[in-house]
Design a protein around this ligand. Sequence first.
Ligand code: ATP
Length: 367
Amino acid sequence: MAKVEIDSLTKRYGSIVATDDVSLDIEDGSLTVLVGPSGCGKTTTLRSVAGLESPTEGTISFDGVDITDRPPQERDISMVFQDLALYPHMTGQENVAFPLRAEKGYSEPEIEEAVQEAAEVTDCDGFIDKKITELSGGQQQRVALARALVRRPEVFLMDEPFSDLDELLKRQLRAEVVQLQQEFAVTMIHVTHDQEEAMTMGDDLVVMNRGNVVQFGNPDEVFSRPRTLFVAMFIGSPQINRFDCDLSWDGDTAILDSGELVFELSGEAARPLRKATETRLAVCVRPQRLSWAETEPEDRLSIPVTVNVTEKIGTEDIVRCTTPRGHDVTAEVNSGTLSEGMDGYLIFDPANIHLFDGIDEEAERLN
Ligand code: ATP
């Protein structure tokens, strides 16, 4: 186990800035997920920790020791990448034993015992004797995990290891990896572009965009207090609802007008808007924070909508609606009676809106 510190990591490929002054403190024994859209610099960050890329600027330390210039084999790490890089002509057993044989200094009984243990914890003892070419995708995945764990590394790095698997297997393996990480108390850094995977796996999330870290926090914080409009739009499923509004003031009351929805905020609720530097602002509302009414509610802020599609997720319905002016709004409600073509109202709670200073993805949270 080790604490990993990334300090001002910049990596340039010619004129492309893959990571731009990235700094992260990754706690000993934690599971940190780097998440962001394609090209945001996740893999470059991970490969720099592995020693497969050398930073243009910045340093990387394990437990306070600067390892920036050490080659990968002198860092106590293991990696599982999307391309599992297993040796196809070897058996699972031979693949898992490989890192120990390569390192030398282990006796055959020691290797056998370590392989057996790694195979047991990753549930591949049933097929470890088969050749890699005879194994399914999920089985190969387990062998790759066993091989990465067999050396008991200080730091375990994973880059999109599940992306080729079907949804059910993906979910199962995610849960198992979290369990393994806890059992071994290893420091794990996991890269994914899938925000749902990030939300379900990580102790900490690092949301990246355009080579920068935009937010670092636990999944709840990132979900409930996204720092920028980009994070609000990227994290959360179904996607957050967004209304671009003009801000004006009537005395102490802030009026945010989207053209068909008018938020009037006063007192404490209006205070954050005093900091706004822009007059056109994004107001966002999570689908989970909307409720449904068949008739227009009095004294509550609502918008008329027509239901387009409903989708059942557990006990909830995901309801995709359109407003009279064609704005799409999604709600997650527990109704069970809504169907396509129905008209009704979505009710907003002003206490559960996210306000951003502008309508660009970098727009910062105001409240
Ligand atoms: P993905 O999810 O698609 O793998 P990512 O977030 O992991 O994306 P990186 O692979 O780190 O992103 O790439 C960041 C940027 O650096 C991209 O613009 C990419 O094209 C560029 N890049 C990465 N590796 C190289 C390289 N070896 N040479 C040139 N440009 C590179």
